[in-house]
Design a protein around this ligand. Sequence first.
Ligand SMILES: [Zn+2]
Length: 280
Amino acid sequence: MILTESPRTVELRANQSRDANSMTARPERLTQPAHPVVTVTNPEGSGRVVICCEHASNGFPAPWGRLGLSAEAARAHIAWDPGALGLAQALAKQLDAPLVHANVSRLIYDLNRPPQSRGAMAAQSEVFEVPGNAGLDGEARRARTEAVYVPFHAELRALLARRAATGPLPVLITVHSFTPVWHGRPRMVEFGIIHDADPRLAQAVLAYAPAGLDARLNEPYSAVDEVTHTLALHATPMGFLSVMLELRNDLIASADAQEAMAARLAPSLTAAIAAAESEG
Ligand SMILES: [Zn+2]
């Protein structure tokens, strides 16, 4: 089970990799990223909630670089969820929650996808080709999985386990943003509330959603679109309440807007958790 491997193990194995192909192998097979792929802030926060932001970053660190994308494409929503990190940080402050977030682009590895998914290292995203992801072989996919996916999810899993061992059951909330226009079509939904197999918290968040926000259940995506991997991995099997929040990114485009949205959402989330819990 790959999740039992520590980042240290991964690093050691990468350094020991000296097979016959090593002279011609691309650098990503041999080296690890220059910067940590995951950051955890406020791990001892006093709240019940643990926040996760898988698509926080449009960082393209070595050894991968920009994967052949233009600077414009690397800044676009295909590379990350614009505004999501600022919102997640503001929510973490409001709820005194730990925050686990990524430091690499979803195009290097989409942390909300399992390693076997084509979307984990997508060769195409909306209308953009991703040249650096075209024709990745098994070893290249494994190297990226071990460098990005394994340490990220090991960190999140360990944090949740520590908190479950010493306090009340944690509540996992993942924070995302979506583009207002998709394949040329405007999206009216402003606040998407998405659940994995356990709908308790998502239904309560919808019931307590802030007034004036177009909130919808399982829009613009749902579990059938493969977007609940993090919830399925870390919350559903443990019985932790969980929900994925998707905000339309034009509503959280500035630091002020992110703070304001977090201030609107935090009381709703707190009320929803209490309601979901009392339903048992
Ligand atoms: Zn996302």
